[in-house]
Design a binder for this molecule. Structure first.
Ligand SMILES: [Zn+2]
Ligand SMILES: [Zn+2]
Length: 344
């Protein structure tokens, strides 16, 4: 079966190869992958960024996918051949204290699929049923593979942030997670303002505007000045930081109103500096959000199925053979989120 494999621990270092299909264990099902999307963390693995030196090669990449159950293991009772599914990205033990509390995203044995163990950029994947969610027939595979990144946005906005209906919320970083976070902010009845830089004007900020969000390009505009013109004040109640750019943190502190909050989602690749004394004097609450749990994935599927989340403009389709182009286009910000079509 055709697979996108990271074969060398260097920048790039990927190949499209033929490998043997997996052998199914009793509690697993075989999922025939239809659509699989590239996540920011796959890009870090592709680039062999310092945050991802823990990856092992050779490994089949990828963790965002939608497909159809092609075969079930002998002990499986809750899934059938033909079920349409999406797959959770986080591998967890199910036995540690956090897992037992349902916080599987904080598992002591936390692992992202496709980094150390084989992932989903392939034709067939053997998956334990605990990682699967059924999707309705009304939800296309094209849209369903976005349930995984949307679950990340769901956890950040609904569980971790203090965003409430009527709030103005600054979303820094217009990458795929930022754009899904902005839509989740809209879904709860708050107003997102998406912040990016000049290179984001190629695709990401225009997509944000198509999705119905106001945008600020900080290469040309000052955030406080734009906020003042729109809302009469230079601050917002909440910031959700999705860029992962260390230099953005101080700007987030400066623009957050007294009593407001910042929720950190983007992974910083450098140490972060910020004036925490002013944060204390303003009583700013700082939260963080990592991955998601089972319920966030269910919410994401429902929001996609109910058409509450727009995905047009967010995705661009590639054949698996075009893997290098897909990664390079995403790095050059020519496309927002590449999606591999393994099967129509
Ligand atoms: Zn992801
Ligand atoms: Zn665990």
């Amino acid at each position: 079966m055709k697979s996108i494999m990271k074969t060398e621990r260097v920048y790039g270092g990927i190949q499209v190869v033929e490998v043997e299909p997996p052998v199914l264990k009793a509690d697993e099902v075989l999922v025939e992958i239809h659509h699989a999307s590239i996540c920011g963390s796959d890009i870090h693995a592709y680039q062999f960024a310092p945050t991802h030196h823990y990856i092992q090669t050779p490994v089949i990449m990828g963790h965002e996918a939608a497909g159809r159950v092609a075969e079930i293991g002998s002990a499986v009772t809750n899934f059938d051949k033909g079920d349409r599914v999406v797959i959770e990205a986080i591998l967890y033990c199910g036995k540690c204290e956090n897992c037992l509390q349902g916080k599987t995203h904080l598992c002591d044995d936390f692992q992202v699929r496709g980094m150390v163990k084989d992932g989903v950029f392939t034709e067939l994947v053997a998956v334990s049923t605990k990682y699967l969610h059924k999707i309705p027939s009304s939800l296309s595979y094209e849209r369903a593979c976005l349930a995984e990144p949307l679950a990340v946005a769901s956890h950040a906005v609904l569980d971790q942030s203090r965003v409430r209906a009527g709030d103005v919320v600054l979303v820094t970083g217009p990458g795929p997670i930022g754009l899904l976070v902005a839509q989740m902010v809209k879904a709860v009845g708050a107003e997102p303002i998406v912040v990016g830089i000049e290179s984001d004007e190629q695709v990401r900020l225009p997509v944000a505007r198509e999705l119905g969000c106001k945008t600020i390009n900080v290469s040309l505009q000052s955030i406080p000045e734009v906020l003042k013109a729109w809302h009469g004040k230079e601050t917002v109640s909440h910031v959700i930081e999705c860029s992962g750019a260390a230099s953005v943190f101080q700007a987030c502190l400066a623009v957050t109103a007294k009593g407001g909050s910042i929720t950190l989602v983007g992974l910083f690749s450098k140490m972060v500096e910020g004036d925490l004394t002013s944060a204390i004097r303003k009583e700013i609450s700082i939260f963080s959000s990592c991955a998601y749990d089972w319920m966030n994935m269910e919410r994401a599927i429902k929001l996609l199925a109910q058409n509450k989340m727009k995905t047009e403009g967010l995705v661009s389709y590639y054949k698996p053979e075009e893997a290098i182009n897909a990664f390079e286009d995403a790095i050059a910000k020519k496309v927002s989120k590449p999606v591999f079509v393994f099967k129509q």
